[in-house]
Design a protein around this ligand. Structure first.
Ligand SMILES: *Cc1c(COP(=O)(O)O)cnc(C)c1O
Length: 392
């Protein structure tokens, strides 16, 4: 704005979404311009589009240790989760398996899928988590029944970054027909993800959480796993997801994932360094701070922290005024301002949950930005605390 000091904005909300990388935009452009063929067409334009989709499928598969035929392209993490929970349960029901097990800290894309199934008469068990937000794999084992069709436990939580013991849950499912789904939307591109090492049958990925375009993602489905499609129509995606493929989106997604996988070690180290610096500076300079989630088993990128007596929304709004983008624990339900069910599941009371804010660092953040955010926090937290004590 005229006459105002230009404030460079600082984006620390990468768990909500990420900027699309320049190389990714470049790679997508031809498929938005000249190469508009339908991959199902027999002519040259169609064949070129088909080639692009299949090359993308190979890249996505290779990055998680899967085979290309095991990758189903979807419209994103939400659809992949719906397919992995609802689609798979509907198929398993035909085999007499109408019981779903999931955890108390799932993303809405999974937890609302579970509620929908419950409304439709399925049995649902929700496994509780400990204080750090981790499930105990034995709780899953105890909940298993002969009619359990699907177990869905997320790999890393979007609010706290807590990583779940997926491979240990898989051990308990070995030799059973029960399908194991994991929402790996936050994990992919930040920690190593290999479907055979994890022992999962289904795994959800979303492109826009890893510097790809929005509206595209994938569900890994182990060969032979049952699935009832949610979108019906043409024979696309091996009959598992009808609809003309989002060619530019798929091309961009595959490149973003490929790059993220190649750069994983360097980037996670850089991002963890920034996150740890932020956490240390905050703890050194501000009193009454508590970490939310497991301090060890967490993504390199997420810092969920509570400033005692400081309402999360007020802090998010004040930081936004200073050009800094972060999230509060109720980001997904901002309209209702209800505390996040995930935070309540960790055993926080409503008051505490209402103070949780999430910083999610990304590849383009810098130490200078971390330091600027810390300086701002020192002022804003004290300002909000004194406003509060003045009122009471
Ligand atoms: C963002 C997110 C989703 C939803 O993915 P979309 O591509 O936005 O639909 C699902 N699960 C987790 C853990 C997420 O963070």
């Amino acid at each position: 704005m005229d006459g105002m000091l230009e404030i460079r904005s600082i984006y620390m909300d990468h768990a909500a979404t990420t900027p699309v990388r320049a190389e990714v935009v470049e790679a997508m452009l031809p498929y938005l311009k000249g190469e508009y063929g339908n991959p199902s067409s027999l002519h040259g334009a169609g064949r070129r589009a088909r080639d692009a989709v299949e090359r993308a499928r190979e890249k996505v598969a290779a990055s998680i240790g899967a085979a290309p035929q095991e990758i189903v392209f979807t419209s994103g993490g939400t659809e992949s989760d719906n397919l992995g929970v609802i689609g798979a349960m509907q198929a398993m029901e035909k085999k007499g398996r109408n019981h779903l097990i999931t955890s108390a800290i799932e993303h809405h894309a999974v937890s609302h899928s579970a509620s929908l199934l419950r409304q439709r008469g399925f049995d649902v068990t929700i496994v509780k988590v400990g204080e750090g937000g981790q499930i105990d794999p034995r709780r899953v084992e105890e909940s298993l029944r002969s009619e359990t069709g699907v177990v869905s436990v997320m790999m890393a939580n979007n609010e706290t970054g807590t990583i779940q013991p997926i491979a240990q849950v898989a051990k308990f499912l070995e030799g059973r027909e029960t399908l194991f789904h994991t929402d790996a939307v936050q994990a992919v591109g930040k920690v190593p993800v290999d479907v055979s090492a994890l022992g999962v049958d289904m795994l959800s990925i979303s492109s826009h959480k890893l510097h790809g375009p929005k509206g595209v993602g994938a569900l890994y489905m182990k060969k032979g796993s049952l699935l009832a499609p949610l979108l019906v129509g043409g024979p696309h995606e091996f009959g598992r997801r009808a609809g003309t493929e989002n060619v530019p989106g798929i091309v961009g997604f595959a490149l973003a994932l490929d790059l993220a996988t190649r750069e994983l070690d360097t980037m996670s180290r850089k991002v963890a360094g920034l996150r740890d610096r932020l956490q240390e500076r905050i703890s050194e300079r501000i009193e009454g701070v508590a970490l939310t989630g497991d301090p060890e088993e967490r993504l390199p990128s997420i810092l969920n922290i509570r400033f005692r007596g400081v309402p999360a929304e007020a802090l998010v709004v004040r930081l936004d005024e200073e050009g800094v983008a972060i999230s509060s624990g109720s980001a997904c339900t901002a309209e209702t301002l209800e505390p996040s069910p995930i935070l309540l599941a960790l055993g926080l009371d409503r008051q505490e949950a209402g103070t949780a804010v999430r910083f999610s660092v990304g590849r383009d953040n810098t130490e200078a930005e971390v330091d600027r955010v810390t300086d701002l926090l020192v002022h804003i937290v004290s300002e909000l605390r004194s406003a509060r004590s003045a009122r009471s």
